[in-house]
Design a protein around this ligand. Structure first.
Ligand code: 13P
Ligand code: SF4
Length: 395
């Protein structure tokens, strides 16, 4: 008879990542928090956040992206989209610590645009972005080789969405390209076509396609989709030569959920509703919407909307809920604002930043300990900055 040996069961690296522990060196996903977080049930969390911020005074500047939870937004010194927040950080040279309540690529951009003596902190390192992770430096370098072999690299200008890693921004800077955001993508594409014949748009196929077709008047056939998981991107050299816009096969897992069906359904449910969506949504959704624009545009449109108007919004739920509450009462215009989809959809990585992580980050800083610092390699930062500066100088 054999005796059962105790099983030495170790969780697999994937299981650890899914549990939000340990690091994937190639992305920001699944990184264990190095400290003791306060319990989410701690009734003193709000008071602790206030006290830690007060102890830090002007040394700290807290940035909150529009998709953050209410409990976090409450402690933000400024709110905005990714571009505005990076600029706001750069405009605060006096703040020793920038606490970025957003996702990893935003904290990287803030580090690139702020002074060497400023330290950027991301309260939870697992707050990544699935779209940014869809384009790695190796994949993009391979794509450039494919374009070179097809004889088109010399006439192609890369345009990368802000929602990309610093490595991709550096690639863009090195190859004469620019960064864009959802509010200046049209200007960025026009600029790029003045520099070359083709655009390689990374990593969001939807923003690239929507801008090329809606704003620049190109046809869907002018755009091809480069799939980094297929040899040669799944395209022939002739297809690459004929294309005007080479779209990277990436997407946002939140905005990609909205469908043409959700637009039709809300129009049926709410007669007279205005459908307003983010350009990260699929092309058919954007084509069926009444208005399309960045998060800042969505907020401004709702602020200016007439009293009693009805809106279905296709963007992240934290923002839509906050806007619905803000304009719900009579004094604010009784504007009816609903989420475009029937099923709830937060950005899960944005939601990683919660009050316990924020309290932990602020208290650590107040105790003189810098945690979760985001520091971009100097060479990567230099080329990324070049691409970001081209964006700032866009005509
Ligand atoms: P903006 O903040 O540029 O509107 O982008 C939306 C988004 O998905 C951020 O992650
Ligand atoms: Fe990334 Fe989409 Fe989340 Fe923005 S909303 S952080 S693009 S996954």
């Amino acid at each position: 008879m054999t005796t059962a040996q105790p099983l030495d069961v170790q969780p697999s690296p994937l299981a650890l990542l899914l549990l939000g522990r340990e690091a994937d060196p190639r992305s920001e996903r699944g990184v264990e928090c190095p400290g003791d977080l306060p319990a989410p049930s701690d009734p003193d969390l709000v008071e602790r956040a206030r006290a830690a911020k007060a102890r830090l005074g002007d040394k700290v500047f807290v940035l909150g992206h529009h998709y953050q939870r209410d409990e976090v937004i409450e402690f933000a010194d400024v709110t905005g989209d990714s571009f505005k927040l990076a600029r706001d950080a750069a405009a605060r040279p006096g703040a020793e610590y920038i606490v970025f309540c957003g996702v990893h690529f935003m904290a990287e951009s803030a580090d690139i645009l702020t002074g060497d003596d400023q330290q950027v902190v991301l309260p939870d390192l697992a707050a990544g972005c699935s779209m940014a992770d869809m384009a790695t430096a190796e994949q993009v370098a391979e794509c450039w080789d494919v374009l070179t072999d097809a004889g088109v690299a010399g006439t192609t200008v890369p345009v990368s969405y802000m929602n990309s890693s610093a490595d991709i921004k550096a690639f863009t800077g090195k190859h004469g390209g620019t960064i864009c955001t959802s509010s200046n993508a049209e200007r960025a594409l026009k600029w790029a076509f003045a520099q070359g014949e083709k655009v390689l748009f990374l990593p969001d196929q939807h923003l690239g396609r929507n801008t090329a077709v809606r704003d620049l008047g190109l046809s869907l056939d002018d755009c091809v989709l480069y799939n980094p998981h297929k040899p040669g991107g799944g395209l022939t050299a002739d297809e690459l030569r004929a294309a005007k816009v080479i779209l990277w096969r990436g997407h946002c897992s939140v905005h990609g959920r909205f469908s043409l069906e959700s637009v039709r359904d809300v129009r049926e449910r709410i007669p007279g509703v205005n459908v307003l969506v983010h350009p990260e949504c699929r092309h058919e959704v954007v084509a069926a919407a009444d208005l399309v624009g960045s998060t800042e545009y969505i907020i401004k449109t709702l602020e200016a909307a007439p009293a009693g108007s009805k809106w279905a919004i296709g963007t992240e739920l934290n923002l839509v809920r906050r806007l619905a509450n803000r304009f719900a009462d009579e004094a604010a215009g009784n504007k009816e604002i609903v989420f475009l989809d029937k099923t709830v959809c937060f950005c899960s990585t944005m939601n990683r930043i919660d009050l316990p992580h924020l309290v932990w980050a602020l208290e650590s800083l107040a105790d003189g300990k810098v945690v979760n610092r985001i520091e971009v390699d100097p060479e990567v930062a230099a080329f990324s900055k070049l691409a970001l500066e081209r964006m700032l100088a866009l005509p």
